[in-house]
Design a protein around this ligand. Structure first.
Ligand code: MSP
Length: 651
């Protein structure tokens, strides 16, 4: 049997200085999705994460908490592991830089640099940002402050060891220029070249003496090794670098090292130089993703405005949080986290698109076939081909996007199939087919195709939302049939067996009420923040509404499927509109003086779907069509720019 291809993916190792926020979780969720995707598509994967435990910042924080650094970090590391467990992060190894397996190797690496003349002893007089654990020159500061985090820098004056970065600068520049895949996304490459490499690399100070929470320099124990040299080495020490027959031989160089854009310099300048000095190959790709921001600005543990991922996952499910993080922001760009955007995604993509597809299909399978999956007939209807073709093409599209780290595009591609499947229901109207026994075979084919499409979707969802497919397998009754859950099973259409007894389960994602969620989450926030959030009286007085108020109106695209005059009324028309729901809605509309019933049939209009039903002239009216009204009072119906599935949300 052919050897499996390998895939090594890493996350930054986090400072256990405080609980992580949703921004930190972002990298790890992305790395996990990547790792799961590669495992699913047949790779032997190694996924490493961990914690960066040494350094002055941690030592000071431990002191402030009245604890020994080791005890201080232990508690936070336990919390971080719990968080990863909660978010279904399936890492293969978790490295802590305080572990002997790491420390011993870093000492040896440092010694080797010294022996081969890459490191020499000198004196450091300069500026240091402790929160970033970074050295700066006067010229690099931003208004006297750290250019990365904006905080005050400290003047340090210590005897220290230095690494001769300039020895490797030309080779690194050449590597970057000849390996376009090395720094991703490509937009970040020039920043590194122009801001750091071109102006000339200064030797890097790689030891400190003013504190002791670190790995001692083996031959000069007053010094501890600079925390970034210590931390960056984790990517190879965790693989057992230097040990005979270790994982290092199988997995290094890493395929993708995921990091936030703020630590790109450390990973695309220092790290490759440290590796070059060891004579080791460089990672294939270092991917610097964007930042997750809050509407009011940067998310930060120390500012106390961070959003707790544990709370979000606990309330909304880790699958929902993972989906949001991966789908909302094109991987690489900055994005905003807001509760509104999060709830809107859950409602639109997960409850409406995916959840409804599954619940509608399973309800119909039970109602029309007692849950026994019918045999499809080998017809040649265009709509069936369209669905199966989309399904068969989706795995390739998802894989192509993942190979370019376009995780959000991969999900968008998968959702085309989800939407296509919903459209297939609307186009085939199983509830109409069910009215006539002559259509029984056709009805069976439609239900079969929908179930098979849901199976496809379930398989492809696994890397991003590991729990949801489990619930789908349960409902499709294929939990034990592992073959039907594998990527390879997507190579052909129609693998789920007729006769399988499916059973509708709980809704995958119940629809949430945005207002109620905002109120509930606000109740968890400190009073100060609540007060700020509510301070908009000027806006309200001016008659403005905010986004949340607007979103209370459920606007949809409705397709008018029938229209007739109302006897004894000059004004009213009785309409039947399709909102993509199982049954159509009836509406009484005051349009009879302006529109002929025939001209309305087939039109798509904007519709208020959550208006309380009323009776007009004895006709139940379940919503309202929107119309613009001309100066002389003539209503002109609103329309959509091009055809779209009935029920599509207008926002
Ligand atoms: N310990 C170093 C990394 C050493 S790797 C050898 C470190 N740790 S950190 O805990 O401060 O940050 C870890 C990661 O979280 C970084 O990649 C950083 O970019 C990321 N993020 C921190 N805040 C973030 C957001 N608001 N949004 C997205 N990522 C963010 O740096």
């Amino acid at each position: 049997m052919a050897e499996k291809k390998t895939f090594y993916v890493t996350t930054p190792i986090y400072y256990p200085s405080n609980k992580l926020h949703v921004g930190n979780s972002y990298t790890t969720v992305a790395a996990d999705a990547m790792a799961r995707f590669k495992r699913l598509t047949g790779y032997r994967v190694w996924f490493l994460t961990g914690t960066d435990e040494h350094g002055q910042k941690i030592q000071r924080q431990a002191e402030a908490a009245g604890k020994a650094p080791a005890d201080f970090v232990d508690e936070i590391v336990a919390w971080i592991k719990e968080l990863w467990n909660e978010l279904d992060i399936e890492f293969d190894d978790f490295i802590r830089t305080s572990e002997p397996r790491h420390k011993d190797k870093v000492s040896r690496i440092f010694e080797r640099y010294y022996e081969q003349g890459d490191i020499y002893k000198g004196k450091y007089e300069g500026l240091y940002c402790t929160p970033c654990e970074a050295y700066w020159t006067e010229r690099q500061l931003d208004d006297g402050n750290c250019p990365d985090c904006g905080r005050k820098v400290e003047l340090i004056d210590e005897e220290a060891y230095f690494f001769k970065m300039s020895r490797y600068a030309d080779r690194l520049l050449e590597h970057i220029e000849t390996h376009p895949e090395f720094i991703q996304p490509p937009s970040r490459k020039n920043e590194m070249i122009n801001n750091f490499l071109k102006p000339g690399l200064e030797d890097l100070c790689v030891s400190r003496t003013s504190f002791d929470w670190g790995i001692p320099v083996p031959f000069d124990r007053d010094h501890v090794i600079y925390v970034w040299l210590d931390a960056l080495s984790n990517y190879i020490t965790a693989l057992g670098y230097g040990e005979e027959g270790s994982l290092y031989d199988q997995f290094w160089p890493a395929d993708v090292q995921l990091i936030g854009k703020d630590i790109l310099r450390f990973h695309t300048i220092y790290w490759p130089i440290f590796l070059m000095a060891l004579g080791e190959p460089l990672p294939k790709t270092v991917f610097g993703h964007g930042w997750l921001m809050l509407q009011e600005g940067k998310m930060s543990k120390s500012k106390g405005n961070a959003i707790d991922p544990m709370v979000l996952a606990g309330r909304y499910s880790s699958d929902a949080l993972r989906y949001f993080l991966l789908r909302e922001i094109p991987f690489g760009q900055d994005g905003v986290f807001s509760l509104e955007a999060f709830i809107t995604r859950i409602n639109n993509d997960l409850a409406n698109d995916l959840g409804n597809l599954v619940s509608r299909t399973l309800t119909m399978a039970e109602r029309y076939f007692d849950g026994v999956l019918p045999e499809p007939s080998a017809g040649d209807r265009a709509t069936d081909h369209e669905l199966s073709r989309t399904a068969l093409n989706t795995p390739g599209a998802v894989e192509a996007a993942m190979d370019q780290m376009k995780i959000s595009d991969a999900l968008a591609g998968l959702w085309l199939l989800v939407r296509q499947s919903n459209k297939y229901i609307d186009d085939n109207m199983p509830w109409s087919l069910a009215k006539d026994p002559a259509n029984r075979e056709r009805l069976g084919t439609v239900i079969y195709n929908l179930i098979e499409s849901i199976r496809f979707i379930g398989v492809m969802l696994k890397p991003y939302m590991p729990r949801t497919p489990e619930s789908i397998w349960e409902q499709l009754n294929i939990k034990a049939d592992k073959d039907l859950q594998e990527w390879e099973s997507l190579a052909g259409w129609g693998r789920i067996k007729p006769g399988t007894v499916v059973k509708r389960g709980d809704d995958l994602f119940p629809r949430l009420n945005l207002q109620a969620e905002i109120r509930a989450m606000r109740a968890d926030k400190p009073a100060e923040e609540t007060a700020v959030d509510q301070s908009a009286p000027a806006e309200e007085q001016a008659g403005l509404i905010n986004l949340e108020q607007f979103q209370q109106v459920d606007l949809r695209v409705a397709e008018i499927s029938d229209a007739e005059r109302v006897p004894k009324s000059d004004k009213l028309l009785k309409l039947e509109v399709d909102l993509g729901e199982e049954t159509k809605r009836q509406v009484a509309a005051g349009l009879a003086e302006y529109y002929q019933p025939e001209e309305l049939i087939g039109k798509q209009v904007i519709f208020v779907a959550n208006l309380k039903p009323v009776k007009l002239r004895g006709i139940l009216s379940q919503g309202m069509l929107l119309a613009a009204v001309s100066a002389d009072g003539v209503p002109v119906l609103t329309a959509v720019d091009r055809k779209i599935a009935p029920g599509s949300r207008v926002s």
